[in-house]
Design a protein around this ligand. Structure first.
Ligand code: NAP
Length: 500
C-alpha cells in the first residue's frame, strides 16, 4: 500500500462511497504541526451539511450487503488492512507526531495500540455471540442473536488521531454496521490512511465514510439524521452532553466518553521510584493531553516530602520540544486554544493560592517560536474545592494534594464529578484492594500509571465521564448490535405459551 504524508498545498477529499471526493462547497482547512505551525500536512475538507448527508446516503446504501456478510469474512478485511498498516508504522508515527505533537516514541506507541485493536476486532468476527438459554416450555429452543444496529456515526477528538478512530471504527464494522466517521478538525490525517488501508483491503464502498469539518456544522447533521441508528462520541463534556440530549430526543443509542480528572494516591509504604516514574509518565506523557492523564497526586504524610522533592527534580528536568527530536520527552499543546486553557488553569491555580513548584509559563523564543509550548507544571497545596482540584485541564499541569491517611486520600480522589481512571501506589494488598473497591472510576491501576488501555479490556468511565457502553473489548462491538430473542418451537402441536 502506498501511503504518503500530504504536501503543504495538497488537497485531500472526504472518503465517501469508496472514493476520496472534494467537499461540495470546495472549502479546505490546513492541518498544521503544533510543534512548528509552518509545517503543514495538507489541506482537508471544511465540509458542510450536504457532505455529511452524502456520507450517510453511502452508509445506508452499503448497509444491507455488509450486514449480511459473515463475521469472519468481515474480519479478514480488517486483517488485511492490519497487515498493510503494520508495514507503514514509521510513516504513520511520523504523521501522527507532526499532526498532534506527541513525541515520536509516543506516536509509535499509539499506532501500535491502534494495530492491536484492529487485530483484536478482526478476530471478533468469529466471536459475535448470542446465548442459548433454557426455555420454560418443552421442545423449545430459545436463543439470542446479535444483529448490527444499522448505519452509525462516530465522532472523535484530536488527542488520539489514530487509536481512537480505530477503536470506534473496527468494532462498528465487525458488528456489521456501516459508518460515517467525523474525526477532529485538528487531526484528520491518520483517519484517511485508515480509510485507504481498509479500501485497499477490500472493504466495500460506503461501508466506512470519513467526513472532515467543523463539528459545530456537521455534528448535528449526523446526530439528528434518523437513518443513523447509533452514535459513538469521545470528546469534551460540553459537546458530549449536548449531543447526548439531542440523540436521546429521538431515542437513538449513544455512548459518550468524556473528560477526566484522574488521581494517583501514594501511601506511606509505596515504592518511591515506581511512584515517581508512574506519575511523571501519567501527568506529562502526551503533554497531559490524555483523557486518562494523571491530574492529581494525593499523598499521605510519611511519603509526601520525599515524593514532592523527587517530583520537582524530575519535572524541572523534562526536555520539552518538537517530538521528532529523539531527546524530547514532552511535545507542545495541540493548538493555541489548548495552550490558552493550560495558561488559564495555571493563572487560576495561582490566584486560588496553590504553590507553584515547577513550570507555570509559556515557552517561547528560539526553537519554541512557532509552536504552542507550555512548561511542565507542578503545583502543591492545591485545595480540594479549587479549580485545579476539580476541573479538567487536558494539559501538563499537575496538582499535589495532602491526605491524613488512606481513607482521606480515597475521599479526595473521589471528590470530583469525573470518574475515568485512578491509581494507587502501595505495598499493602489490603489497602490496594480497598481502593479498587472504593474508587469511583471505570478503571483502576495498582502500582502503575493512570494511563493505558488494552484492546481486549473494557475502556471507559463512570459519573460524568461516561454514558453508554464501555469501549474496546467485546463490549465495544456489542454496542453496535441489538440483541434479538428467538423461540423455536419444535413440538409440532398447538399449546399454551408459558405466560398463560
Ligand atoms: P471536543 O471539542 O468535544 O470535540 C470532539 C469531537 O466532537 C470533534 O470531532 C469535534 O469536531 C466534534 N464536535 C464539536 N462540536 C460538535 C457538535 N456540536 N456536534 C457533534 N460533534 C461536535 O473535544 P476535543 O477537544 O477534541 O477532545 C478533548 C476532550 O476529549 C477532553 O475532554 C478529553 O478528556 C476527552 N477525551 C475523552 C476520552 C475518554 O475515553 N473518556 C478519550 C479521549 C479524549 P471539531 O474538531 O471539528 O471541533
Amino acid at each position: 500500500m502506498a501511503l504518503s504524508i500530504p504536501q503543504k498545498d495538497e488537497k485531500r477529499g472526504n472518503f465517501i462511497g469508496g472514493a476520496f471526493v472534494p467537499p461540495q462547497a470546495g472549502q479546505y482547512e490546513p492541518c498544521r504541526n503544533p510543534a512548528d505551525t509552518r509545517d503543514v500536512l495538507g489541506l482537508y475538507p471544511r465540509s458542510a451539511v450536504g457532505d455529511a448527508r452524502a456520507a450517510v446516503d453511502a452508509a445506508c446504501a452499503a448497509f444491507p450487503s455488509w450486514a449480511a456478510t459473515p463475521g469472519p469474512e468481515r474480519g479478514r478485511v480488517l486483517l488485511r488492512a492490519h497487515r498493510a498498516l503494520s508495514e507503514q508504522i514509521d510513516l504513520l508515527a511520523e504523521a501522527l507526531c507532526r499532526e498532534e505533537g506527541k513525541t515520536l516514541s509516543e506516536s509509535r506507541g499509539e499506532v501500535q495500540k491502534g494495530l492491536n485493536l484492529i487485530e483484536f476486532y478482526a478476530g471478533q468476527g468469529f466471536r459475535m455471540q448470542g446465548r442459548t438459554l433454557p426455555s420454560e416450555s418443552r421442545s423449545t429452543l430459545a436463543f439470542t442473536l446479535r444483529q448490527p444496529v444499522g448505519p452509525v456515526a462516530l465522532i472523535t477528538p484530536w488527542n488520539f488521531p489514530f487509536a481512537l478512530p480505530v477503536w470506534k471504527t473496527m468494532p462498528a464494522l465487525i458488528a456489521g454496521c456501516t459508518a460515517v466517521l467525523k474525526p477532529a478538525s485538528l487531526t484528520p490525517n491518520l483517519t484517511h490512511f485508515m480509510a485507504q488501508a481498509l479500501h485497499e483491503a477490500g472493504l466495500p464502498p460506503g461501508v466506512l465514510n470519513v467526513v472532515t469539518g467543523p463539528g459545530g456544522a456537521i455534528g448535528d447533521a449526523l446526530v439528528d439524521d434518523p437513518r443513523i441508528r447509533a452514535i459513538s462520541f469521545t470528546g469534551s463534556n460540553q459537546v458530549g452532553l449536548r449531543l447526548y440530549s439531542r440523540a436521546a430526543a429521538r431515542g437513538v443509542r449513544v455512548t459518550c466518553e468524556m473528560g477526566g480528572k484522574n488521581a494517583v494516591v501514594v501511601l506511606d509504604d509505596a515504592d518511591l521510584d515506581l511512584a515517581v516514574e508512574g506519575i511523571v509518565q501519567g501527568a506529562y506523557g502526551s503533554t497531559g493531553q490524555r483523557c486518562t492523564a494523571t491530574a492529581r497526586v494525593i499523598a499521605t504524610p510519611g511519603i509526601r516530602p520525599k515524593l514532592t522533592e523527587r517530583l520537582v527534580a524530575r519535572v524541572r528536568a523534562l526536555e520539552v520540544g518538537d517530538g521528532r527530536r529523539k531527546e524530547v520527552q514532552m511535545g507542545p499543546a495541540v493548538d493555541q486554544g489548548q495552550l490558552q486553557v493550560d495558561l488559564d488553569a495555571i493563572a487560576a491555580a495561582k490566584s486560588d493560592g496553590a504553590r507553584l513548584l515547577a513550570g507555570g509559563e509559556r515557552l517561547s523564543g528560539g526553537a519554541y517560536e512557532h509552536g504552542f509550548y507550555v512548561a511542565p507544571t507542578l503545583f502543591d497545596g492545591v485545595e480540594p474545592g479549587s479549580r485545579l482540584a476539580r476541573e479538567e485541564v487536558f494539559g501538563p499541569v499537575l496538582a499535589l494534594q495532602a491526605a491524613r491517611d488512606p481513607a482521606e486520600a480515597t475521599k479526595l480522589a473521589n471528590a470530583v464529578e469525573f470518574g475515568l481512571a485512578a491509581s494507587i501506589y502501595t505495598g499493602d494488598v489490603n489497602a490496594a484492594l480497598r481502593f479498587v473497591e472504593e474508587a469511583e472510576v471505570g478503571m483502576v491501576h495498582v502500582n502503575q500509571p493512570t494511563v493505558g488501555g488494552e484492546a481486549q479490556l473494557p475502556f471507559g468511565g463512570i459519573k460524568s465521564t461516561g454514558v453508554g457502553e464501555k469501549e474496546m473489548s467485546e463490549e465495544g462491538a456489542n454496542f453496535f448490535t441489538h440483541l434479538k430473542t428467538v423461540w423455536l418451537d419444535y413440538a409440532g402441536a398447538p399449546r399454551r405459551t408459558n405466560i398463560y
